[in-house]
Design a protein around this ligand. Structure first.
Ligand SMILES: [Zn+2]
Length: 220
């Protein structure tokens, strides 16, 4: 479902459910009120119910608003990026990231991937960076800080680089997260050196990578 981003439809997504819930509650209260005698009691309880209803609309609207989140999503296999607005975990709207925002490393990796490993695959969308909602901001690793995506385009052995991507692509979403986290936690290894800016010859890379693989079975 796509909606315009002018703010009004998004506001309706929040307000309509809140108003609907309160309207149902007030209707039920109204049925009970009709049984009350004398009339001043009916008016007093009715006024209190109206004030309580308005307060409840505000509380519910804030809660529904907190279920809306906006942020960047990334496919770790091919480097594709997109911005998404989600509501209760469902995608309400998606759009390409502004060139002035987002990750240059992700775009560099995506260019390398399409030139070197043009692998057909189902995108494995993962949230990256900070995702904001009304009441909180949750942050995860950015692509710029991802050792894998910074280092792989710099690997001097194209076959090894291709093999690393194919290994990642063949894993399911949970395994992929574990593999990337394993690499991210590494305290040494040729990929970390490349990501840190070291230049490594193909021979040295292959030697160090063989040793690194023996200690990181996720990547074999
Ligand atoms: Zn992809």
């Amino acid at each position: 479902m796509f909606i315009s981003r002018d703010g009004v439809p998004e506001l309706l997504l929040v307000l309509l459910p809140a108003v609907a819930i309160v309207w149902i509650v007030l209707r039920l209260v109204d049925l009970e009120l009709r049984k009350l005698q004398p009339a001043w009691e009916r008016w007093l309880v009715g006024a209190l119910a109206l004030v309580g209803g308005l307060w409840l609309v505000g509380v519910l609207a804030c809660w529904f608003l907190s279920r809306m989140s906006e942020g960047t999503w990334f496919c770790p296999v091919c480097g594709a990026l997109e911005e998404r607005l989600t509501y209760f975990g469902f995608t309400v709207e998606r759009w390409p990231p502004d060139r002035s925002r987002g990750s240059e490393q992700a775009r560099r990796y995506a260019r390398w991937f399409s030139a070197t490993v043009p692998l057909a695959h189902a995108h494995g969308w993962t949230p990256v960076g900070c995702h904001g909602s009304f009441s909180r901001v949750t942050c995860s690793l950015t692509v710029d800080a991802s050792v894998f995506h910074v280092a792989v385009p710099l690997v001097p052995d194209a076959d090894v680089a291709r093999g690393l991507v194919l290994r990642l692509a063949s894993a399911d979403l949970v395994q992929r997260q574990a593999m990337l986290a394993d690499l991210q936690r590494s305290e040494d290894g040729p990929l970390l050196r490349l990501a840190s800016g070291d230049a490594i010859s193909r021979e040295v890379f292959d030697q160090e990578h063989t040793v690194w693989l023996t200690e990181h079975p996720h990547w074999r």
